[in-house]
Design a protein around this ligand. Structure first.
Ligand SMILES: [Zn+2]
Length: 385
């Protein structure tokens, strides 16, 4: 079982009268948080109990804020105090007067089927409607836990925390696709699909040459042109990222799993260093943009994206598992152990796809086997003797 937690932000459907009520409630809520914070700050304490006893009754005497919200606000004030406790040159925090309100099960109720929440305000409980856009419908069978009421640019939003308990994936009912990302090919999938980077390189080089000549000129009109070119280049990159991510997703069936390398992981392998160096040439933002496009297009088809450790994916033979730097000669992969030959990016994408099973699935299978075998003696050959 894996617990997945996500947050979704939905606009609250409220009329002007309700907006005023919510704003006024937020104002009182902010005051309560400030009071708790100030008391803790002045008396040098972060004890919730102490702060509660010192502030709760006073505040209730001067404010119409319901007790549950006073307590929530106090907790918020204390949390901020705690987070700043060990900071040097701490300044006194002034909460803005429209602080987001934390609603929990005591102060609210989520009526998902009616697309409504019921929540407490300074003048009793009210109901607020919301709509769930299509791209969020996959969350409908998730567990809606709690929410925050947020005000942005005079609009109110409900920020839901949703939770799902997923059973482990059954690899026989699913398709797993590894994707290698790089320079020579923008992407190569373990389904033998190549997404070419040559057009991208061509255009990039064209712009690069143009930029160099303009930079040499250095005139005002040259600078203006440079700006224009930067915009054009960005748009080209964005379109390409859109096209390629769309194309990739169109070839992958619903409910599949995509496996990508986690290039942000701390352990820097040779491949990563090489990759990050070449990525700088390609602008790393473009790379992340691709990842973002892929992620939201995948979500629409209920395709899950999983990141795995990128170590040795380019040096490992996808046929026999032998790892050697000598296996790879630029675009050609040839295993020094079994002689297996393949395009090296395709070989990498297969390793990336397999890694899901290395890390996760095989471990689980081994545990299962252990449980299955427990009771029976397992004979381990003594290699040393
Ligand atoms: Zn091999």
């Amino acid at each position: 079982m894996r617990t997945l937690i996500s947050t979704i932000r939905l606009p609250a459907l409220v009329d002007t009268k309700t907006q005023k009520l919510l704003s006024a409630t937020m104002k009182e809520y902010s005051k309560a948080a400030q009071m708790a914070y100030d008391y803790g700050d002045i008396n040098n304490t972060t004890s919730r109990v102490k702060i509660h006893h010192a502030t709760y009754y006073n505040f209730r005497g001067i404010s119409p804020l319901p007790s549950q919200l006073v307590i929530n606000a106090k907790n918020k004030g204390v949390d901020v105090l705690k987070s700043l406790k060990n900071k040097k040159n701490k300044r006194r925090v002034r909460f803005k007067d429209q602080l987001p309100i934390r609603y929990d099960q005591r102060s609210s109720k989520i009526l998902l089927h009616q697309r409504m929440v019921s929540l407490t305000t300074i003048s009793g409980r009210i109901k607020i409607g919301f709509e769930i856009p299509d791209y969020y419908t996959k969350y409908l069978d998730w567990d809606f836990r709690s929410f925050e009421l947020i005000k942005r640019n005079n609009c109110f939003f409900l920020h839901f925390v949703v939770q799902s308990f997923k059973t482990s994936l059954d690899p026989h009912s699913q398709i797993f696709v590894g994707i290698d990302r790089g320079i020579r090919h923008v992407a190569v999938t373990s389904q033998n699909k190549f997404y070419n980077g040559s057009r991208l390189r061509e255009v990039k080089n064209k712009y690069l040459r143009l930029k160099r000549t303009l930079q040499k000129k250095g005139t005002r009109s040259a600078k203006r042109k440079l700006k224009k070119i930067a915009g054009r280049e960005r748009r080209f990159q964005r379109d390409l990222n859109h096209c390629i991510s769309k194309e990739i997703i169109s070839h992958i069936p619903e409910n599949s799993t995509i496996i990508l390398e986690d290039l942000s992981s701390i352990r820097k392998t040779a491949k990563q260093r090489r990759k990050s160096r070449s990525l700088r040439e390609l602008h790393s933002w473009a790379f992340y943009q691709f990842q973002i496009f892929l992620t939201y297009k995948a979500a629409a088809k209920n395709i899950e994206i999983i990141y795995v450790n990128p170590e040795y994916t380019s040096q490992k033979c996808s046929a026999c598992g032998f790892i050697s730097r000598k296996n790879r000669k630029k675009a050609n992969f040839e295993c020094q152990n079994c002689g297996f030959k393949l395009n090296s990016d395709l070989n990498a994408s297969r390793n990336i796809g397999d890694r899901y099973f290395d890390d996760d699935y095989l471990f689980e299978l081994a545990q299962k086997a252990k449980r299955y075998l427990s009771g029976d003696p397992i004979i381990i050959p003594n290699v040393a003797s």
